[in-house]
Design a protein around this ligand. Structure first.
Ligand code: MRU
Length: 360
């Protein structure tokens, strides 16, 4: 996608192929800063500190992390150490495990002398594959938006939560890919952007990238969605996901479940867009089985923003001494999901349908 007219991905190899660069997402939307990751530990830190975030991008960064480790030392021990360090960086998005295991699977049986080059090529291939997958998600999701537009013959209002746009992937995004595809095709649409406390991925990242692309949007507080749905102001919701179980339960940023409940109560279609590597075929019951990340309480007690003097500052919003809990994700049961928009088509959130459509 373009930033001020210049095409960017969220992660790319340096010109001399010795490191990778990323967009530091902790600085957006007020500053656009790129960062160089020279080592596996740089990649691990970037994932842990959420300089890169979003399930697919975490997976690709982890793959490059393994490749960076192989540059330094390509032994079996170094491979094992890199994989376990990266796997521990964040717990919920299964794409991290997918990316790491894909690299391990390729490298483990290979002579050590060949690992560095092969790892670099494989990480680049995984990144390219992510772009192609998301473009296909965009095409399938476009059909849904187009049908809605034809039925309504007016602006289509779409609600999204967190950031599942191109910043959360290598390019295009998952939930936002259908939106960009429909917008580029000339369908009039407007996006309701949940701010997504505590880290404000909606207000900071989704609003920023939609704005860069010229897509009309409005930021709302996290609790506004139900009200808008009751008043017919939301035609559909599309969200991303960090892990989908084999029976279609969907784990995504905290607050997604409440949006799905409100959508269900108001007859608003609730779609989840995902690349198939986000499916964890080993799990069934998402509520019981998916590990939910708990982050530092300071993300709840404090908030950062741009001050009148042009400086970004962090301020405390809670009383001194109040405790805070910071659960990063929740699980939306499959019964609340209208459909899964994947690169292989739109599939029901149902064990049999998913197995038939996605494992053949
Ligand atoms: O904590 P984050 O910002 O990594 O959470 C991101 C999300 O929850 C996204 O919705 C999800 O990863 C899908 S990204 C295409």
């Amino acid at each position: 996608m373009k930033i001020n007219g210049t095409p960017y991905r969220t992660i790319w190899p340096t010109a001399d192929n010795t490191a990778v660069e990323i967009i530091d997402q902790t600085k957006l939307p007020h500053e656009f800063v790129t960062l160089r990751l020279n080592t596996m530990h740089d990649a691990e830190r970037a994932i842990r500190d959420m300089q890169v975030r979003g399930a697919p991008l975490i997976g690709v960064t982890a793959a490059y992390g393994v490749a960076l480790a192989m540059r330094e030392q390509a032994s079996d021990a170094a491979l094992a150490e890199a994989c376990s360090a990266l796997l521990a960086a964040r717990p919920t998005a299964v794409n991290l495990r997918w990316g790491v295991e894909k690299m391990r699977g390729l490298l483990a049986s290979m002579p050590q002398g060949e690992r560095a080059v092969a790892a670099w090529q494989e990480a680049a291939r995984i990144a390219d594959e992510d772009v192609a997958i998301n473009a296909a998600i965009g095409r399938h999701g476009y059909e849904i938006i187009d049908a809605m537009h034809q039925a309504k013959d007016a602006t289509v209002n779409i609600l999204t939560h967190c950031n599942a746009g191109w910043l959360a992937t290598v390019d295009w995004g998952t939930a936002l890919a259908p939106i960009y595809t429909a917008f580029d095709a000339g369908i009039p649409l407007h996006v309701w952007v949940d701010e997504t406390r505590p880290r404000n991925q909606g207000a900071s990242l989704t609003a920023w990238e939609l704005g860069q692309h010229g897509v009309p949007h409005t930021v709302i507080v996290d609790n506004a969605g139900g009200h808008l749905m009751q008043h017919g102001m939301v035609d559909m919701a599309i969200v991303g996901t960090d892990r989908v179980t084999a029976r279609g339960d969907v784990c995504n940023k905290i607050g997604t479940y409440l949006k799905a409940l409100a959508a269900h109560d108001n007859g608003v279609p609730f779609y989840v867009a995902l690349p198939t590597p986000t499916i964890d075929w080993t799990l069934q019951d998402g509520v019981k089985e998916i590990p939910i990340e708990e982050r530092t309480p300071e993300e709840v007690t404090h908030i950062a923003g741009l001050c009148g003097d042009g400086q970004v500052r962090t301020v405390q919003v809670t009383p001194q001494g109040s405790r805070a809990a910071n659960y990063g994700f929740d699980v939306t049961p499959a019964r609340l999901v209208t459909g899964l928009i994947t690169e292989r088509g739109v599939v029901a959130a149902d064990a049999a349908a998913m197995r038939a459509a996605l494992t053949a």
